[in-house]
Design a protein around this ligand. Structure first.
Ligand SMILES: *[C@@H]1O[C@H](CO)[C@@H](O)[C@H](O)[C@H]1NC(C)=O
Ligand SMILES: *[C@@H]1O[C@H](CO)[C@@H](O)[C@H](O)[C@H]1NC(C)=O
Ligand SMILES: *[C@@H]1O[C@H](CO)[C@@H](O)[C@H](O)[C@H]1NC(C)=O
Ligand SMILES: *[C@@H]1O[C@H](CO)[C@@H](O)[C@H](O)[C@H]1NC(C)=O
Ligand SMILES: *[C@@H]1O[C@H](CO)[C@@H](O)[C@H](O)[C@H]1NC(C)=O
Ligand SMILES: *[C@@H]1O[C@H](CO)[C@@H](O)[C@H](O)[C@H]1NC(C)=O
Length: 475
């Protein structure tokens, strides 16, 4: 009887367990296993994994990945910028609409990495919405992506925008790998097998002879290529691609990058699919390097402004007469003269005060004079003579050094000096706009630079004009 009771109890517990298990937990066991298998196979090279949950309440997957202890997991908030490195993405989305709504936010990370591998699980994925996801991935140039239908049999899908010489610009069909458990092919193949062959790129240049010459603006007929056009032509011959040149951007507009990695100015054309290549000189600052990708590695350049001011000129010759001593010394000299005069007048009980003062002045200028007076006063007088001798020697030696090595006016050397001496920098309007947008955050910390970048100076509106103005300014 006891045994029967026990069996009943066990049976009851088992039934209870089955009833209380959440339905989707059972449903997703194979799906989660599939995700973990793919991660183990393709993502362990770089074990940092960014997990983005887009409105799902699925926590089993995350737990399961955590238990493998194969990954450093970083969960990224779906809307908030992250500054951690992204080496692989796992995105778990409720449906396609949620995915397209939030996917763009990943681009606001300075560390956004479209070259990483993407694994995207979509819980509700109707067949006719599959292309919506791939269109979004194509728009953001994410090529190594694998989509999993978030059902238990977990079908896998991918696309290849480099197939058939599509050059990353379009794709014709979705690749269906079938059931996750049966997929044996390489799920993340190298798609760029044909390189740049047969591609056609839109290149944007600015009319800036001798770098690029717009045939419409060239004087006479355009006979030679600009250096930038030539470089691109050589590259295109070597790699067998075609380039269509557009002379459609204004190089006077400086591109800046907002904290959310939105690009403005001409570089925005790259983001907006208006052009594929931009040529031109530009300072490579960290924010730009983070927001856009570069063909070659870049050497980080600290953003800085250097003001070039004129060299301090020589001091006019007549000033050498008095610049040996500064104002305080001259004043002290005058003071000691007055004090000494007063003392002597008192000691000598002199009636002619002017006479005594003139005698002392003569002493000071190295003229000897005999002042008749008792011996005791002579001792005091000798002090004045000694003082006069010293001052004279100092003055004369300084005068000699000034004549052999002429002195210069004060050299303006700090930002504060620029303000103090009312210098007006010759910035082009574009550079001023760029600076005020870049300094947006620093201005409260450094209010001194504001007047420097807000004043309008004649002859400095474009970069070219300001160059000319600087050249013809005499200093
Ligand atoms: C971790 O990854 C390795 C290979 O990438 C795999 O053999 C191992 O089974 C994984 N560990 C777990 C717990 O899945
Ligand atoms: C993201 O972070 C914000 C603020 O920290 C929070 O309000 C929001 O709920 C978070 N979103 C998710 C999906 O966790
Ligand atoms: C994903 O699975 C669901 C349910 O089995 C199915 O209705 C849907 O068509 C599948 N999606 C794709 C893209 O095959
Ligand atoms: C980019 O623009 C071209 C036309 O200039 C268009 O054919 C292509 O579909 C666009 N690509 C994307 C991803 O929007
Ligand atoms: C690509 O280039 C090859 C020659 O390199 C040519 O035979 C082929 O027709 C081109 N394909 C396309 C789609 O332009
Ligand atoms: C990014 O910030 C700029 C201004 O700082 C704003 O105009 C733009 O709408 C923002 N973009 C996003 C996607 O938040």
């Amino acid at each position: 009887m006891k045994v029967a009771c026990y069996l009943m109890f066990v049976f009851y517990v088992v039934v209870q367990c089955q009833v209380t298990l959440p339905p989707n937990r059972l449903k997703n066991v194979r799906l989660n296993q599939c995700v973990v298998n793919i991660l183990n196979k393709y993502f362990t090279e770089k074990p940092e994994l960014t997990y983005v949950n887009l409105n799902t309440d699925d926590e089993e997957l995350l737990k399961k990945i955590y238990l493998t202890q194969n990954f450093s997991l970083v969960t990224r908030n779906s809307t908030h910028q992250s500054f951690l490195p992204n080496q692989g993405y796992l995105i778990n989305s409720k449906d396609v609409t949620t995915f397209t709504q939030y996917f763009e936010y990943l681009m606001t990370d300075p560390t956004w990495n479209p070259y990483a591998r993407f694994l995207i699980v979509v819980e509700r994925l109707p067949n006719d919405e599959l292309r919506v996801i791939f269109n979004e991935l194509l728009r953001l140039h994410v090529n190594n992506a694998l989509i999993i239908n978030g059902t238990d049999d977990a079908h896998l899908f991918a696309y290849n925008p480099f197939d058939n010489y599509a050059c990353g610009k379009y794709y014709t069909e979705v690749i269906r790998f079938g059931l996750c458990s049966q997929a044996t092919q390489n799920l993340y193949p190298n798609k760029l097998v044909t390189g740049l062959r047969n591609c056609t790129f839109k290149a944007s240049l600015a009319h800036r002879p001798p770098f690029a010459i717009d045939p419409l603006k060239a004087e006479g007929e355009k006979t030679i290529l600009g250096t930038e056009e030539y470089i691109l032509k050589v590259l295109s011959e070597k790699e067998q691609f075609t380039v269509i040149f557009n002379y459609n951007y204004d190089h006077n507009i400086y591109s800046s990058v907002a904290p959310n990695m939105t690009v403005s100015g001409s570089m925005a054309m790259l983001r907006n699919n208006e052009t594929d290549v931009i040529f031109g000189g530009m300072m490579m600052v960290t924010s730009r390097a983070q927001a856009l990708t570069w063909l070659c590695g870049y050497h980080d350049y600290n953003d800085e402004i250097r003001f070039v001011v004129r060299r301090a000129s020589l001091i006019p010759i007549w000033k050498t007469v008095y610049i040996e001593f500064d104002a305080t010394v001259w004043l002290l000299l005058l003071l000691s003269f007055i004090v000494y005069c007063a003392m002597m007048i008192f000691l000598l009980q002199a009636k002619d005060k002017g006479f005594v003062a003139l005698e002392l002045l003569q002493n000071l200028l190295s003229q000897s004079r005999d002042i008749r007076c008792p011996m005791s006063i002579k001792y005091i007088l000798i002090i004045w003579v000694w003082f006069a001798y010293l001052i004279n020697t100092f003055y004369q030696s300084s005068l000699v050094s000034l004549t052999t090595d002429p002195s210069k006016e004060y050299q303006v050397k700090t930002e504060d000096d620029l303000l103090k001496y009312k210098y007006r920098p010759c910035f082009s309007v574009a550079l001023r706009k760029y600076l005020s947008s870049e300094l947006r955050e620093d201005i409260p910390k450094k209010p001194t630079v504001v007047p420097l970048i807000t004043h309008d100076v004649e002859g400095c509106s474009t970069t070219f004009q300001s160059l000319i103005t600087q050249l013809i300014t005499k200093y």
